[in-house]
Design a protein around this ligand. Structure first.
Ligand SMILES: [Zn+2]
Ligand SMILES: [Zn+2]
Length: 153
């Protein structure tokens, strides 16, 4: 089931709409919004919450998943002996592969979960993000990005 998670524009409550649901006002403050989750197989090319077309994808990897991984890793330790490190690394990789991507809006941070990947949506980009947060990239931001890693004067 695909869903859209977004913040109420008035009270910042975290709201969720599943595909097929109709619009309804904010559960907390009653502010009207017109957000509907697109059908399950839609290609997301603009934000369902604010209509913005600058989106990025990221792994839907939350703290709960991370804790589950650590628990699983420690369960396997007695059987893995010297291979425990390798085991956790493989497990980490498997979980990483299983975790799906979510599509996030640069402007309002709405999360679109359960939709097929859109090849036009790229991974998170800090410069694009800063441009949205600060209105425009600060002068020299792009150069300093590139210079990172090389020795600074
Ligand atoms: Zn609200
Ligand atoms: Zn948005």
């Amino acid at each position: 089931m695909a869903s859209v998670h977004f913040l109420c524009p008035k009270c910042d409550a975290r709201l969720a709409r599943e595909s097929g649901e109709t619009t309804r006002p904010c559960e907390r403050c009653g502010a009207i919004n017109s957000v509907v989750a697109p059908p399950d197989d839609s290609i997301i090319d603009r934000c369902a919450a604010c209509g913005h077309d600058q989106l990025y994808f990221q792994k839907d990897f939350n703290r709960k998943t991370g804790i589950a991984l650590v628990v699983l890793g420690s369960i396997f330790v007695p059987w893995t002996y010297g291979l425990s490190l390798l085991g956790v690394t493989i497990l980490d990789y498997v979980v990483w592969r299983l975790v799906k991507n979510v599509i996030v809006c640069y402007r309002c941070q709405a999360v679109h979960r359960g939709y097929p990947a859109n090849p036009d949506v790229k991974a998170f980009d800090l410069v694009t993000h800063d441009r949205h947060v600060y209105g425009a990239a600060p002068p020299g931001a792009e150069e300093s990005q590139k210079a990172e890693g090389s020795s600074q004067k």
